[in-house]
Design a protein around this ligand. Structure first.
Ligand SMILES: NC(=O)c1ccc[n+]([C@@H]2O[C@H](COP(=O)([O-])OP(=O)(O)OC[C@H]3O[C@@H](n4cnc5c(N)ncnc54)[C@H](OP(=O)(O)O)[C@@H]3O)[C@@H](O)[C@H]2O)c1
Length: 302
């Protein structure tokens, strides 16, 4: 059984694909009010290439007594540890938690909240957004890497992902992948917020991008992720060009007045630099400017 917490963008994308492949799925919703609204909606709707299909997937609240063997955690990074703490009494011995959160830091928080569960980390390039409550648009096909730094053996249920058509690979170096994605995010997303531009707008600020990439490269080396540091600047420039017309996820969050995951992205990078006593002035200045920007808009800085 796949227990999926969070019927947001990624949670719905996973739940609908697993369910339509005939696999047992149980959604975990926030409270009875959300459950009632879900029941009124009649299920989750997945919109793919303009075609909508509704799936009447079973749902329950966190306080349901059913034991949980495998949990797909599909909430934002800042909600992850609290959500798992709430479910901890339901996790059976040998339970596994698949973590879809972007950035770094929430994985450790979850591991502390559920010390006996196996935590499998994921890094995904898939894209989805909520068009309405319980309606999700599959916006960008991509790939998901999964891995567990403490146990390199892949779990048997990867076959379920194959069956559900979820493109994936088991990674023996998932932390490097997460660090690389975090570095790309730190070099692009905050600047798009501060310059209020699409990703392509950063072509007008090459010196700032270059400085950040050089500091991030130093940080990755110091944190022991040299593979993630390789050609970072080239990759950042490639992403800026390839996604020139897009607004970054952080830009979208800020412009829509939504809380960002800054503490698990740029905030995490700055903390890591401090821990290693690295002087990264541009990264810290960017962090301060972003916090000021968020505060001015009444958005949380964590
Ligand atoms: N969307 C993408 O394309 C994408 C791509 C790559 C990575 N990611 C990462 O994936 C993670 C999830 O992102 P998302 O875009 O799917 O977020 P989202 O659309 O905001 O969905 C998060 C869901 O988690 C639910 N939730 C939070 N706490 C809960 C709790 N205690 N119990 C039950 N449900 C709870 C929320 O419930 P409510 O609806 O009740 O608020 C919401 O439905 C993020 O870290 C994001 O950065 C997303």
């Amino acid at each position: 059984m796949w227990h999926i917490l969070g019927a947001g963008s990624l949670g719905s994308l996973w739940a609908t694909r697993l369910a339509r492949a005939g696999l047992p799925v149980q959604l975990l919703l926030r409270d009875t009010q959300r459950l009632k609204r879900y029941q009124q909606a009649g299920g989750l709707t997945l919109i793919e290439q303009g075609q909508a299909q509704r799936y009447a997937i079973a749902a329950q609240t966190a306080d349901h007594p059913q034991p949980i063997q495998r949990l797909l955690l599909a909430c934002k990074a800042y909600d992850a540890a609290a959500a798992v703490s709430q479910l901890a009494p339901r996790l059976i011995a040998g339970a596994e938690i698949l973590l879809l959160q972007n950035g770094l830091g929430s994985q450790d928080e979850v591991a502390r909240a559920a010390p006996h569960a196996r935590c499998i980390m994921a890094s995904s390039t898939e894209g989805a957004f909520r068009q309405a409550d319980f309606q999700v648009v599959f916006a960008g096909h991509g790939h998901t890497w999964l891995g567990d730094p403490l146990d390199l053996q892949p779990p048997a249920w990867l076959a379920d992902l194959h069956q559900a058509g979820i493109a994936h690979d088991w990674s023996v170096d998932i932390l490097s992948r997460l660090w690389r994605k975090l570095a790309l995010n730190c070099a692009i997303n905050p600047l798009t917020v501060l310059h209020d531009c699409r990703n392509g707008g950063l072509r007008e600020h090459p010196a700032q991008v270059t400085c950040l990439c050089s500091e991030l490269t130093e940080l990755l080396h110091r944190c022991g992720h040299s593979a993630a540091a390789e050609n970072l600047h080239d990759d950042v420039q490639r992403v800026i060009l390839a996604t020139a017309a897009n607004y970054s996820s952080m830009h979208q969050d800020v412009s829509q007045g939504r809380r960002t995951e800054i503490a698990y992205l740029l905030g995490y990078a700055c903390n890591a630099a401090q821990r290693h006593q690295l002087q990264l002035p541009h990264l810290h200045a960017l962090h301060r400017q972003l916090l000021t920007h968020l505060n001015a808009r009444g958005l949380p800085s964590h």
